[in-house]
Design a protein around this ligand. Structure first.
Ligand SMILES: C[S@@+](CC[C@H](N)C(=O)[O-])C[C@H]1O[C@@H](n2cnc3c(N)ncnc32)[C@H](O)[C@@H]1O
Length: 352
C-alpha cells in the first residue's frame, strides 16, 4: 500500500495533462485502481501477462470501484515485448473511442514493480510511441533479466539481452583486461534489501535469529540432490536457541522432487553430508558467518543497483539523442527504503 499510494500520488501530480495511462505489468490492478480514485477521468489500459491476474484485476475493479471505473479502466492479457507498440496504440485508441475521447494526443507509460526486462522494454516503448510523452516506472527483480540465447548460466560473466545496455558500460567492459563480473549473482546483489533495513533498530537478537535462519536454509539447500528442491515447512517455527542438528533441518524443511513436485524423504546420504559440513563450521560459526555475509551483501547492494540503474539511464539518454527526441530523464527515490527496498522510480519526459 505504501508503494501503491505514493506512486499513484506521484503520477497524479506529474501526469495531469495525460489523457491515458498505460500500466505495464498491471498485476491485480492496485496502481490503476488507486489512480482512478485520485482522478476518475483518467483512462487506463492495464496490460498483464498472467491471465488469472487480469481476471482478478477486473473483479477487483467491479468490487471496489464505482461502476464508471469499468468503462474507464480496461485490463488485457498481453505479454509486453519490444513489438508491443502497435498493440498498445490500438488498445489505447479503443478505450479512448469508447469514452468519446476523439483526439488522443497524450499518453503516459507507468508501472510499479516492472520486473526484469519489462522496465527496459518500457523505456524503448516510451521512445518509440509518439503519443507517449512521459514514463514513470519502478523497476525490480534485476536478477530475472533474460540471457542472450548463446549464453548459459555456467559461464562467469553472463551476457544478458538488456545488461549492460549503455554504450558507456559496454565499452568499459570490453576494454578491461580483467572483465567485471556482471552475472546473475551481481544482479541478485543489486536487488537485495537496502542497508536501511539493517539500521540500529535491528537488534543483536534479531541478527542472531536472522543468521540462524539463513544458515539453516543454506544448509538445507546444500544438502539437497540436483533434482530436489527445498521448501520451508510453514507450521515449523525456527528458533536460534534450537541446536543445529539434522533432525532440526528435517523439522524445518521438506524435500520435494523438482520433476514431480512430490515429497521426498531425507535419507542417510543427506545426513552424512550434514555431518561433514557441521565439522567445517563448529561452535555456531555457521549462523555468524551467514549473518556476516548478509551484512556484506547489504553494504554492496547500493553500488550494484546504482550501476544497473545508471546503465539504463545512460542508454535511454543515448537512444533519445540517436533518435533526435529531446528527453529529460532522472531517478527519484519516492519510497521509504526501510519499507520498500526498490525505491527508485525512473521518470522520463519528452521535451517540447
Ligand atoms: C511484481 S508484479 C507487479 C504487479 C503490479 N504492478 C503491482 O505492483 O502490484 C510484476 C507483474 O508484471 C507482470 N509482467 C512481467 N513481465 C511482463 C511482460 N513482459 N508483459 C506483461 N506482464 C509482465 C507479471 O506477470 C506480474 O504480474
Amino acid at each position: 500500500m505504501h508503494e501503491v499510494n505514493l506512486l499513484a500520488a506521484h503520477i497524479f501530480d506529474h501526469c495531469r495533462n495525460s489523457q491515458l495511462l498505460v500500466d505495464l505489468g498491471a498485476g491485480l490492478g492496485y496502481l490503476s485502481q488507486s489512480l482512478h480514485e485520485l482522478n476518475p477521468d483518467f483512462l487506463i489500459v492495464g496490460l498483464e501477462a498472467a491471465e488469472d491476474r487480469v481476471e482478478k484485476a477486473r473483479q477487483r475493479c467491479i468490487q471496489h470501484l464505482p461502476p464508471a471505473a469499468s468503462s474507464s479502466i480496461a485490463y488485457h492479457q498481453h505479454f509486453i515485448d519490444r513489438d508491443s507498440g502497435g498493440y498498445i496504440e490500438s488498445q489505447a485508441s479503443e478505450l479512448a473511442r469508447k469514452n468519446s475521447c476523439q483526439d488522443l494526443e497524450k499518453m503516459s507509460i507507468i508501472g510499479l514493480h516492472a520486473c526484469a526486462d519489462l522496465s527496459v522494454t518500457a523505456m524503448k516503448l516510451f521512445l518509440e510511441l509518439p503519443k507517449v510523452h512521459c514514463l514513470h516506472i519502478m523497476p525490480c527483480c534485476y536478477h530475472k533479466l533474460e540471457l542472450q540465447s548463446s549464453c548459459h548460466e555456467a559461464s562467469d560473466s553472463h551476457l544478458f539481452v538488456n545488461f549492460p545496455l549503455s554504450s558507456a558500460l559496454q565499452r568499459s567492459v570490453e576494454t578491461r583486461s580483467q572483465k567485471p563480473i556482471l552475472n546473475r549473482p551481481f544482479l541478485r546483489l543489486a536487488c537485495q534489501r537496502t542497508k536501511a533495513h539493517w539500521g540500529p533498530e535491528y537488534t543483536e537478537k534479531k541478527h542472531v535469529d536472522h543468521g540462524y535462519k539463513m544458515y539453516m536454509r543454506a544448509l538445507a539447500e546444500v544438502l539437497r540432490q540436483p533434482k530436489e528442491t527445498v521448501k520451508p515447512i510453514r507450521t515449523a517455527a525456527s528458533s536460534s536457541s534450537n541446536p543445529i542438528t539434522f533432525s532440526e533441518i528435517k523439522r524445518l524443511y521438506q524435500l520435494e522432487s523438482s520433476e514431480s513436485g512430490l515429497n521426498v524423504d531425507w535419507i542417510d546420504s543427506h545426513q552424512d553430508a550434514f555431518l561433514q559440513l557441521s565439522e567445517k563450521f563448529p561452535d555456531n560459526q555457521g549462523p555468524r558467518l551467514a549473518e556476516a555475509l548478509t551484512c556484506l551483501q547489504a553494504s554492496l547492494q547500493n553500488l550494484c543497483e546504482n550501476l544497473v540503474l545508471l546503465d539504463r539511464l545512460c542508454f535511454l539518454e543515448g537512444e533519445a539523442v540517436k533518435q533526435s527526441i529531446p528527453v529529460s530523464a532522472r531517478y527519484e527515490s519516492i519510497f521509504d527504503d526501510k519499507v520498500s527496498s526498490r525505491c527508485h522510480v525512473l521518470i522520463a519526459e519528452k521535451l517540447p
